[in-house]
Write a protein that binds this ligand. Structure first.
Ligand code: SF4
Length: 684
């Protein structure tokens, strides 16, 4: 859109795409966002990626939901707010009377603000009367939260993004950083140019692999074998940090017992890498003063995801790479506010601040603060909610700003479950694949149309500011939730998002010193327990959150489903630079859709030759759970029988194929490994 500089106003806010949390200015003319400019925020230092810089047209898109919709005679038709709230109230009363609180569940959102997520989990607990609240963190970093909380005491990124510029060694594993967290990817490249050494362990020859000192092209699902063997080399060669181990950790003897059995030669065979390269990676990592690990879903989305996270934590403890600058174990959180949604209690066993529902003192504190008796039984996770819905046990489901009909594993199963739910409320900015199945759809404001905060991947709480009015009758999620709670008899009026943050700070120790007044002048990284506390750049400085760092030895186990005669290819899924998550926003961006309009499947030249497939051919891909049509991309980025699909697209949705086998500790599904078969379309 064309405009002159003097015609626009600028509103400083935070990008609503990924967890990097870049600061930006929205340029507004006549109540429309007409441009975006980077600002010099602490996470982005003046940079923005293609999504943040150019993908803002979804805000003004004609498809935006503008009125509530109610299903009548099988069709969703426009309705007023009063009618929509009235129907929710009637169904709420009837469900509660007939089935009790455990028939209710809610999915919160990693996309909306902290204030909105806080109100959502409060609504589920206080009004619905259950802890059945979860969100898509279950599908991305539940294993991080479980793994790092056990070993270190806190399940978040230990260090800050900017510190990586001063790391000696950077170890990237299970993360295609330049595409999924582009601004962090750019900073890793910058660090590399400044002399940092780079180790990359990834199933595909990603862009960062080209500049890596050691690149390990690892078979998906074999992370634990690799990390254990690296520790084997370190212990065998006496490269561990003995002083750190003696002073700050416990359990090294148990670790030694397990990893000394993990010989590099055997691990190299399991992982499909060269044993000598594995040794070089171990020596490089152990030899650095400040070595930082960055990982994402290539580590977490496995039936052994928690074990993978614990193994990385063991590696960092072994080399004394925690509790200091430019080091650490750094999970890269995917969505803009997935960290915040976890922080403010959108988890079935955790109230705000990771305070456990199973702890009677915590329950007493929240019962006093909220003035009601609260349920003390931990609730269901996303995957359990979907399963129970499929069995007809969840009768009333409220989904805010999530699209499980694209993002969750085994989509045919998800569709059946949602259709089985007696009453489904969906609150969103577009009529998503999930909203299509709803009984009531509530139109929400986008990030550009409301005030609040997001917490980025480095625990940094940043302001989101209203730049334009929402379209039609759409309302901010916090307003919708407050109005529903008032209708359902638990009234409390919040003036604005700032007053919700005051309540969050009151009950959440890590956010105790955070307020909108302070956030006008600065951004704050939690823990920030009091108003005079400056926030925390890196965790575990003199002591770990849990006291001592705990070595938690884990053994390698194969993925739940491996290639066999019927399904001979190993499918791994992921993301691409130009699209975001389930594509509800970037799918409405003409420029991005011209570049990548639909799903594709990457395969090695060997696979293509075996199946007589040429680059660009249409192919069918089948697994034990579903079938789809996609387009072949033949590339030497990938090797052997491994194939890759991005999961963004509804047309050829990769999650029709994926396996919902779960990690027993974190309940995260194995989205990164399943067995498939492929055939050229028309070949039969
Ligand atoms: Fe937005 Fe992430 Fe891109 Fe930054 S790196 S502009 S936060 S999508």
């Amino acid at each position: 859109e064309k405009f002159r500089t003097w015609e626009v106003t600028r509103t400083r806010t935070t990008c609503s795409y990924c967890g990097v949390g870049c600061e930006m200015d929205l340029l507004v003319k006549d109540n429309r966002v007409v441009g975006v400019e980077p600002s010099n925020g602490p996470a982005n230092s003046g940079l923005l990626c293609v999504k943040g810089r150019f993908s803002y047209n979804f805000i003004n898109h004609p498809d935006r939901l503008k009125t509530p919709l109610i299903r009548k005679n099988g069709r969703l038709v426009e309705a007023g707010w009063d009618e929509a709230y009235g129907l929710i109230a009637v169904k709420f009363e009837a469900t509660k009377a007939a089935y009790g609180p455990e028939a209710f569940a809610g999915l919160a959102s990693a996309r909306v603000t902290n204030e909105e997520n806080y109100l959502f989990q409060k609504m589920v607990r206080v009004v619905f009367g259950t802890n059945n609240v979860d969100h898509c963190a279950r599908l991305c970093h539940a294993s991080t939260v479980a793994g790092l909380a056990t070993t270190l005491g806190s399940g978040a990124m230990t260090n800050s993004i900017d510190e990586l510029l001063r790391s000696d060694v950077i170890f990237v594993t299970g993360s295609n950083t330049t595409e999924t967290h582009p601004v962090i990817g750019a900073k890793i490249r910058q660090a590399r140019l400044n002399g940092a050494k780079l180790i990359v362990a990834e199933p595909r020859r990603i862009d960062l692999a080209a500049t890596a000192d050691v690149f390990l092209q690892i078979t998906p699902g074999t992370n634990v074998a690799l990390f254990n063997a690296m520790m084997n080399v370190i212990l065998e060669e006496g490269l561990e940090d003995r002083e750190f181990i003696a002073g700050r950790t416990e359990g090294v003897a148990e670790l030694r017992e397990v990893v000394m059995k993990c010989r590099p030669e055997e691990a190299a065979l399991i992982c499909g890498v060269d044993a000598e390269n594995l040794r070089r990676a171990a020596r490089l990592y152990a030899g650095a003063d400040r070595a930082a690990i960055f990982y994402a879903m290539g580590v977490t989305q496995h039936s052994t995801g928690t074990a993978g996270v614990m193994a990385l934590s063991n590696l960092a403890l072994l080399c004394g790479n925690l509790g200091k600058e430019s080091a650490g174990v750094n999970p890269l959180r995917g969505q803009n506010n997935v960290q915040g949604a976890c922080d403010v209690g959108c988890l079935p066993g955790d109230l705000p601040g990771y305070q456990k529902v199973s702890d009677p003192r915590v329950m007493e504190k929240f019962q006093t603060a909220w003035g009601v008796k609260l349920p003390d039984k931990p609730g269901l996770t996303v995957t359990e909610i979907i399963d129970r819905a499929g069995k007809g046990e969840i009768k009333f489901l409220h989904i805010m700003g999530e699209n499980p009909m694209i993002s969750d594993p085994d989509l045919n199963h998800v569709e059946e479950a949602l259709k089985h739910t007696e009453f489904l409320v969906v609150q969103d900015i577009f009529l998503t694949e999930t909203a299509h199945l709803a009984d009531v759809v509530l139109p929400a404001a986008s990030f550009a149309e409301k005030d609040g905060t997001f917490t980025n991947t480095e625990r940094r709480v940043q302001r989101v500011r209203k730049a334009v009015d929402p379209p039609g009758e759409a309302r901010a999620d916090w307003v919708i939730l407050m109005e529903i709670m008032n209708r359902l008899g638990h009234g409390k009026t919040y003036r604005d998002a700032a007053s919700i943050m005051e309540e969050i700070a009151d009950v959440t120790p890590q956010y105790g010193g955070i307020s909108f007044d302070r956030l006008e002048k600065e951004t704050l990284q939690w823990p920030c327990p009091s108003i005079d506390h400056p926030g925390t750049r890196y965790l575990h400085k003199d002591t770990f959150t849990r006291g001592k760092g705990l070595f938690k030895p884990v053994e390698y186990q194969a993925s739940a489903e491996l290639p066999d005669g019927d399904y001979p290819y190993l499918l791994t899924t992921g993301r691409i630079l130009y699209h975001y998550h389930t594509n509800t926003m970037t799918g409405r961006e003409e420029g991005l859709m011209n570049l990548h309009p639909r799903s594709f499947i990457e395969m090695s030249p060997l696979t293509a030759q075996r199946l007589a497939i040429r680059d660009g051919d249409r192919v069918t891909v089948t697994s034990r759970r579903g079938e789809l049509t996609s387009t072949a991309r033949v590339t030497d980025r990938i090797e052997g029988n491994i194939v890759f699909m991005p999961f963004h697209f509804a047309d050829g949705a990769a999650n029709l194929l994926t396996n919902s086998a779960l990690d027993p500790l974190a309940n995260i599904p194995e989205l990164k490994v399943c067995a498939v078969n492929i055939a050229r379309l028309g070949n039969g």
